[in-house]
Design a protein around this ligand. Sequence first.
Ligand code: ATP
Length: 784
Amino acid sequence: MIDILIYVGLRFLQGNVGLLSNIQTYLWIDIAQFTTRKVSVDMFDHLLELSLRFHINRKTGEILRAQKRGVMSIVAILSSVLFQVVPTLVDIGIAVAYFTVAFDKLFGIIVFVTMSLYIAATIILTDWRTGYRRKANVLENLMEAKAVDTLLNYETVKYYAAEDFESKEYQKAVDDYQDADKISNATIYILTLVQNVIIQAGLLVGGLLCAYQVTQGQKTVGDFVLYLAYILQLYQPLNDFGSYYKSIQKNLVDMEKMLDLMHEPVEVKDPIKPTPLNVEKGEIEFRNVTFAYDERNPILKNVSFRVPSGQTVAIVGPSGGGKSTLLRLLLRFYDIQEGCILIDGIDVKEVKQQELRGQIGVVPQDTVLFNNTIKYNIRYSRIDGTDEEVAAAAVAAKIHEKILGFPDGYDTKVGERGLRLSGGEKQRVAIARTVLKNPQIVLLDEATSALDTSTERHIQKSLQQMTVNRTTLIIAHRLSTIVHADQILVVKAGEIVERGSHDELMQRENGVYFKLWNKQLKERLKVKSKIKRLGRATSVRSRKNSRRYKAPAPETIAIRVEEDVTPQPMPPLPVSGPVNESIVARYRTPRTMTPMAMPTSSSVVREPTPQTVPSIHGDAVNESADSQEMIYIHRSVGWEDMRPQTMTSGDEVNRSVSGRNMRPHSMAYNIHNNEANESVVRGNVRPYTMTYIHDDEANESVVRGNVRPYTMTYIHDDEANESVVRGNVRPQRATSGDGVNESVVRGNVRPQRTTSGDGVNESNLDEEAPSRNSRRYNPLDFLR
Ligand SMILES: Nc1ncnc2c1ncn2[C@@H]1O[C@H](COP(=O)(O)OP(=O)(O)OP(=O)(O)O)[C@@H](O)[C@H]1O
């Protein structure tokens, strides 16, 4: 009777386990939610607290996966321990006690040994399995990271038509994971097999002992049946215990990566007692700053400079010199090894990072926006900004009208990372954001370098307005955008190698800045050359004004090639026809053809490339130009198309132009020959520059819209101007000459640049175009 009562009691207890699992559905939801929220938010905060160094190296997909899996594991472990493991252990304990009391010690020992062996085998084998599980996890993370990385780079994948490659890579990642997962699962079967063998062995030994005792009359058949019934009932929770343990172990492995992330040390810490920072003047000072991302590779070496309140300092220099690093250090994304960085005399280390960054506005090189509305993105810098303030900031950044033009206005969604906006629009949103933030210190990190020159010019204007009276640190690649800076720092290999204003730096002919400037100049000219002024005055008649004036500046530049072609001895210059033939044979490109006497010599035919043929005219050249091969006269750096840089004067040349579809970069200085002009008229040539062309025919061709010169300078013929007026042509540059200017004034043409001439300037007051009349003309201005 007691036996039966104990048995029923035990079953009741076991039933309780089921009861508990019902209770858990009510209680558990709250516990699980609380745990999930706590762990997720702590983890998120910690990730935000980690340094830029960590985030530069992270793999977003992997981190999110680790976080998700880690949170789920914690909840699963809690659930297993609370509702499964503890009740099972209680169950097993009672069973051992019951067999010891109800049967005899021997049965208690058998049950105890079986269960101990079972638990020991489960623990040992599960630990062994963990290695496989861990490997499967790593591969699963990689699989996920691969997918996220590819999707984030969707555009790049499409640009390079790399869908197949990416698909194969992803397939491989999936295969690797599945292989590892298969092995991990296979080890479960080994574990289960061992567990079953132990249980069956225990059952067998206990059953045999019981049967023996029945035959000896020590036990009844009823006892035997009771033993079998109960022992079978007992092994069920034991089996469950095995699977709980397996699941706990799996969850512990899953949690590992998240715990690693949690333990990732915070590199840049706030001071314990921070000094309040209230930037008023906004004076910045770098004092003997030395810094390395990796101690083995110093990046900044003893850098010192000061940006006085309200001034603009530009940082320029070769790529990789450490310019962006300076900004990152000012924002304290990294701690420096030596020296200090001060804002209004306070070391940035002494200040709370949030407070520091809260008072500095940054327009980065490539703005990444949140996948939200334009309004949200602008307001991000000051979440209490009103709609009116947001609109005012957008007006200042010259994007308000544009936004209003979108169907959803300020509620337009910008897409992931702001990809639905153009580069220029994104940059303006970033500027508007900074305007709304209204910081005393503004950092511009190549804010416009990714944009085309026209958009850049517009944005530069917004930026310049924004930075008035604010301390500004600009990193620029295009030097033309920072000539206005109060001070320019040239950073090279982690050191400031030059400093001064643009004009001061341009005085140093061998300086880094001077060279950098010229390099960019050459890039724009598409030749590696140095610009040298060729003074020349030209009389130009303005019909409109009925007055004569002297052209204030040389419009043609002679180009002297300095480098990158192996210097070769200059042969005696030829004085007769054959030179031109030699030129024909050698396919040289004339860089400059100016109306000067042409020395010739047959020696050129045999000699290596002459370095300079400063001027060419004369029939022979021109005849050769007429032949199929006269293409490259002199100084070809390559075997490009026939494209002399400048063509001036000389009938035959002009004819060759007319016959051969040559495209001179420049047609300058009184091309007054009809044939040349005819060729222009026929639309065979499209000069980059047309200067002082005063022949009606040329102008007519312009009038007819056959040609679209890049530059029209001092065109003073009414017809040409009229054509501009009529909008037939859109020169990249339009200079002087009232007719042109008037057309600009009337908005018919949109030259890229307009200079000089009151009308132009009036129409274009906000362009701040340098007036050639107002100061000594510097040919470099031409390229700004
Ligand atoms: N997080 C980083 N970890 C290690 N090295 C880095 C890190 N960031 C930059 N560097 C290295 O530091 C050097 C300076 O980089 P920085 O970005 O400051 O150059 P930069 O002058 O702004 O160049 P660019 O004009 O090309 O933008 C480079 O050699 C770069 O490889």
